[in-house]
Design a protein around this ligand. Sequence first.
Ligand SMILES: Cc1cc2nc3c(=O)[nH]c(=O)nc-3n(C[C@H](O)[C@H](O)[C@H](O)COP(=O)(O)OP(=O)(O)OC[C@H]3O[C@@H](n4cnc5c(N)ncnc54)[C@H](O)[C@@H]3O)c2cc1C
Length: 386
Amino acid sequence: MAETAQVVIIGSGIVGSSVAYHLAEQGCTDVLVIERDTHQGKGSTGKSMGGVRAQFATPVNIQMSRYSIEFFSKFDEVVGHPADYRAHGYLFCATTDRHLDYLKSNREKQLKLGVKEVQLVTRDDIVSMVPQLRSDDIIGGTFCPTDGFVDPHSVMMGFMLKARERGVRLWLDSEVTGIDVEDGTIRGVQTSREFVSCPTVVNAAGAWAARLATMAGSKLPVEPLRRQLVPTEPFDGLPKRFPMVIDMSTGFHFRREGKGILLAWNDPEEKPGFKTDFDTSFIEKILTRAADRVPVLADAEVNPRRAWAGLYEMTPDHHAIIGPAPEVKGLYFVNGFSGHGVMHSPASGRVTADLILHGHTEIIDADCLSVERFETGQLLEETAIL
Ligand SMILES: Cc1cc2nc3c(=O)[nH]c(=O)nc-3n(C[C@H](O)[C@H](O)[C@H](O)COP(=O)(O)OP(=O)(O)OC[C@H]3O[C@@H](n4cnc5c(N)ncnc54)[C@H](O)[C@@H]3O)c2cc1C
């Protein structure tokens, strides 16, 4: 007997796992998740900084975050597994009027969409939260206390464990090598194990999603882009607890990670490609920006062997692509999170499950995330990218 499933999900990262969970929660349990690695989380999910925030500029991203943060806040109870959601907040620090105006106008949008907690803060407020910041050029900012962090691996495992409890199957160490389409309709997937016959395929292959789309004769504008993170050795020159701090003058941001500090900065010179090696010359670049904003960080020790790199899955407008592939019946995309796939995993799983099972969703205007926007030119513009 050939293997069959109602829905095949390609990729078992946080996004594929959330889709599996949300399908199963709605009673669709004949689901097979196919993962080429021997363990879950070896893609971008395991490399993430775990930041979650509602401080975005576009309604759809704000709504995705609102749904997701509410979900994270009750994750342990609902899913039965810890998300390790820590509401330590995100603190955006502006040094120019242009940036401050941008934060103020975003805050208006966030308030209208029900994110009531986001506050305008003065330089003094900022200094009282993180006294070690160099603040001479800071003119204000915004702080949202419900923003914060989760443990991406734990969230992914929670989604998958619960989905499996409900009957979802997971194949590890099994690569999807082809997608069979007949008369514009999905027939099944070829894998390194065997053929699986199915009417519905979800592409949750993260940074590799464009390759999978090509297998079905479809096009997906998703490109891999390396991002690098640098943890310091134990460092007590900063408070034990403080928000994710974003220096808008350079894009440098940092948060506490255990006893050390996790430093992040997106190098604008990085070019798209499947590069996941950590480049040691990055350390000097990031430490320069770190010491400029937080002088005590000049004393922090860094072990290059503990630094790492992973891939963002970028789209041209830095918004996710969620929904059916227009030219292949039964193929769904949930891709291109452009740095926000962890924080938006609850909403994206729910939206994808809703679209597969009911053809619509109530939690966002899903049409604006359809892949067709790149053909029709109705791109979204999100400038608050980290
Ligand atoms: C350094 C860094 C920091 C980040 N920080 C944040 C953050 O603070 N907040 C946030 O929200 N996001 C962050 N992100 C982004 C986030 O990690 C990703 O958006 C998210 O993990 C995407 O999840 P995914 O499940 O789509 O992809 P992945 O976790 O990459 O999973 C895709 C899976 O598909 C599998 N796969 C691919 N091809 C095949 C195939 N042919 N057959 C079978 N399986 C296949 C892969 O093996 C992989 O396991 C960060 C990313 C990086 C790299």
